[in-house]
Write a protein that binds this ligand. Structure first.
Ligand SMILES: NC(=O)c1ccc[n+]([C@@H]2O[C@H](COP(=O)([O-])OP(=O)(O)OC[C@H]3O[C@@H](n4cnc5c(N)ncnc54)[C@H](O)[C@@H]3O)[C@@H](O)[C@H]2O)c1
Length: 312
């Protein structure tokens, strides 16, 4: 008998998760084993015995809108890109150049949904690149309906006495300062009815002793979201955030110091729902907040954690 915790029945991969390590790389969805799920929702038969998957079908919630997603090549950002395309939006998405392979997959999935994709390999830690992203998006699509600030990095450090402040600074530049820069150049183009979505984390609320800098940026993102929401409410621009729990994305195996074995039980031993979330399950919250379904939400954070925070 293996000591590995077993997940309850689910149509998503959970008990099948394999040890893996992408440490030192930026993290690629193409290397995840098993593959994550970006587009299929889990349904159950009436007996509660047979879970099955069905493709997400759009219903025009974002018809003819134009969105920008940072970190849109893989993981949660990829799922948001494809679901928003299925809801009728054209998508500019941003990623690091070393993730071109994932970006091409996402571009093809957006186009398969019948919408246009504009992939941009640009580093959001540079303010001039954030301006370039907005300018490139406006020249291609002529409007900006939704900005999804989702790009992030994390590197583990177990002891504050050993913390590398250059890494801490990079983490803040990537995760939160880039949100300021993206919003700075985006808002002048946004009209009443448009919205901004920021990716926070369960770490904003529970923190994380080995990811102090990352968790601190995620807490800042909640505060940034609430303040910007108040600033932009008079213009009719809503600002919200999503706080994911433990999700099956390349950020996990790419995290420095994350033992590869930990991947094989990721989320199963930690979350009350006893499995990691799939990117698609988080992306639905972004669709809700960006679309008319979320018209009375601003300054909010939707928590998608499999119940994790109840233990915090
Ligand atoms: N996976 C989880 O368990 C989890 C949990 C809580 C929150 N989140 C948040 O979800 C968001 C998406 O992460 P993910 O888990 O889908 O991982 P991911 O690795 O698939 O996505 C991270 C993305 O950020 C991009 N990125 C990183 N640095 C960048 C830079 N300097 N310039 C441009 N792009 C850059 C990468 O290209 C990548 O696409 C992040 O904000 C992350 O903090 C993830």
């Amino acid at each position: 008998m293996s000591d590995k915790p077993q997940a309850p029945p689910t149509a998503y991969p959970a008990s099948e998760l394999e040890p893996q390590n992408q440490e030192g790389g930026k993290g690629l969805d193409s290397k995840m084993t098993p593959s994550a799920n970006w587009t299929q929702l889990e349904y159950w038969d009436d007996e509660g015995k047979a879970p099955y998957l069905k493709e997400y079908e759009g219903r025009g919630l974002l018809k003819d809108k134009a969105v920008i997603i940072t970190g849109g090549d893989s993981g949660i950002g990829r799922a948001v890109a494809v679901l928003m395309a299925r809801e009728g939006a054209d998508v500019t998405f941003v990623y690091l150049p070393e993730e071109e392979e994932d970006a091409q997959w996402t571009k093809a999935a957006i186009e398969k949904a019948g919408r246009q994709a504009q992939p941009l390999a640009l580093d959001v830690t540079k303010e001039e690149n954030c301006k370039k992203i907005i300018d490139a998006h406006m020249s291609k699509f002529g409007k900006l309906s939704v900005l999804v600030n989702n790009a992030a990095m994390q590197e583990m450090c177990e002891d504050i006495s050993n913390i590398d402040l250059a890494v801490t600074e990079k983490t803040f530049r990537t995760n939160i300062l880039a949100m300021f820069a993206m919003a700075k150049y985006a808002v002048p183009h946004m009209k009443r009815g448009s919205s901004i979505l920021n990716s926070s984390s369960v770490a904003a609320y529970m923190s994380n002793p080995t990811l102090l800098d990352y968790a601190s940026t995620k807490g800042s993102i909640v505060t940034f979201t609430r303040g910007l929401a108040q600033q932009l409410a008079p213009k009719g621009i809503r600002v919200n955030s999503v706080a994911p729990g433990i999700i099956w994305t390349p950020l996990q195996p790419a995290t420095k110091g994350n033992p590869s074995e930990a991947m094989s039980a990721l989320g199963v031993a930690q979350a009350p729902l006893q499995r990691p979330g799939m990117p698609v399950e988080v992306a639905t919250a972004y669709v809700h907040l960006a679309s008319p379904l979320g018209s009375y939400c601003t300054g909010e954070t939707i928590h998608v954690t499999g119940g994790l925070e109840m233990q915090g």
